[in-house]
Design a protein around this ligand. Structure first.
Ligand code: PLP
Length: 427
């Protein structure tokens, strides 16, 4: 072996994995076990004292999950990863390591709807207060920062309208404020965008979407960028103060540039408990091996569908950052030059009723509330995910009565377009 740095496709297949040392199995085995036998009492003691890395109990770590962690960390260019049960669990664990009751974090208003709910309701219950900022007006992030701010949270490509956030500009604001920038990179995946290169300190993923890619497993992942200076910013007790749970060790002193990943594992995952099943980890690892091929095809198909829709007489508008006249096109060229992802929205001239008819008439598309599957997916938010809101609230959330959201899959693009064509004609 030379010491050349492997390319992205090579890492997607090999990072973190080696033939199983006992059996020679080439694919990563599913270590379907709750616990691991200690060599002797001293070995057990050093594992529990964090002096030795090794397996104790699958809630804290598992060899199948470890391959997934190392693989995604390598693809993102981070120092370490932690796999957890869902994207939402990843967000809880990250915030648990950063926030104390009464603290604040600044978040982009343009986020996955589930994250908006989580921040507004579940997090408030923990005493973690969200302050919203507008990604189309970066100054609102600066103005939202206060002495209580402990983090800034954005999405690289934001669900659902294909909004592209100026990651580098927000990273500068986070740096000036002395707080880590957390980027949810679910829609872009590291194939399209690596937020750490633009100044992100922590990356979170819902593995459920494009990384797993086949619509079969829920999972989440935290990547430590290794970039944040915990010893300078002393406001994070989990990282900077002696931990009574581990005989008074200070995590950032002991673990350096992967201390945040360790904190998420030994202080958050250990005590809160949303562990990923090794079986899900296996399926997601298998999915990641084809990530570059799949993401490129997702993007190419999405662009073709968006162009076709933009020329259709029943379509009022298309919001896809890959279209040259889109307001996010310039940001897309900078942050996601290989393609603007495969999730986007468009508006129907016929409004609410036309949206309901369209989702009823599609045959190849699946009408459901997910994204990032091999299959093409469709949803009419106003009659489903956003139905409890008033019309004004729906429009503010980008889910007005006329809005349809697509997640374009990997079928032949002619078939995807033919299905929309017949469904629009039938409406
Ligand atoms: C789905 C999603 C989440 C939540 O992930 P789960 O795995 O469903 O918990 C978070 N962020 C984004 C952008 C998502 O699409």
């Amino acid at each position: 072996m030379t010491d050349r740095i492997p390319g992205f496709a090579t890492l997607a297949i090999h990072a973190g994995a080696q033939p199983d040392p006992t059996t020679g199995a080439r694919a990563t085995p599913i270590y379907q076990t709750t616990s691991f036998v200690f060599e002797d009492v001293d070995h057990a003691a050093s594992l529990f004292g964090l002096q030795t890395f090794g397996n104790i109990y699958t809630r804290i770590g598992n060899p199948t999950n470890a391959v997934l962690e190392e693989r995604v960390a390598a693809l993102e260019g981070g120092t370490a990863g932690l796999a957890v049960a869902s994207g939402h669990a990843a967000q809880v664990l990250v915030m648990h390591c950063l926030m104390r009751p009464g603290d604040e974090f600044v978040a982009s208003k343009k986020l996955y709807g589930g994250s908006i709910n989580q921040f507004n309701h579940a997090f408030k219950n923990f005493g973690w207060n969200v302050v919203w900022a507008e990604p189309d007006n970066i100054g609102t992030f600066e103005r939202a920062v206060s002495a209580k701010t402990k983090a800034i949270f954005i999405e690289s490509i934001a669900n659902p309208g294909g909004v592209i956030t100026d990651v580098e500009a927000v990273a500068k604001i986070a740096k000036n404020a002395g707080v880590p920038l957390i980027v949810d990179n679910t829609l872009a995946t590291p194939y399209l965008c690596k937020p750490i290169e633009y100044g992100a300190d922590i990356v979170v993923h819902s593995l459920t979407k494009f990384l797993g890619g086949h619509g079969n497993s829920i999972g989440g992942l935290i990547v430590d960028g290794g970039t944040f200076n915990w010893s300078r910013e002393k406001r994070y007790p989990m990282l900077c103060e002696p931990r009574p749970e581990y005989h008074g060790i200070v995590l950032h002193e002991t673990f350096g540039n992967f201390a945040f990943a360790i904190a998420c594992r030994v202080l958050a995952l250990r005590d809160i408990g949303p562990a990923l099943s090794p079986f899900n980890a296996f399926l997601i690892i298998t999915g990641i091996e084809t990530l570059p091929l799949r993401m490129q095809l997702h993007c190419d198909n999405a662009l073709a569908v968006a162009e076709w829709l933009a020329g259709h007489n029943k379509v009022a508008w298309v919001s896809y950052a890959g279209l040259p006249n889109d307001r996010y096109y310039k940001l897309a060229k900078r942050y996601v030059p290989k393609g603007a992802g495969s999730v986007f929205t468009f508006g129907l001239k016929g409004g609410y009723d036309a949206g309901v008819k369209l989702v009823s008439n599609v045959k190849l598309f699946s009408h459901l509330a997910n994204i990032g599957d091999t299959r093409s997916l469709i949803i009419h938010p106003a009659s489903t995910t956003h139905r409890q809101l008033t019309d004004a609230q729906k429009t503010e959330a980008g889910a007005g009565p006329d809005v349809v959201r697509l997640s374009i899959g990997l079928e032949d693009k002619a078939d995807i377009i033919a299905d929309l064509d017949q469904a629009l004609a039938a409406g």
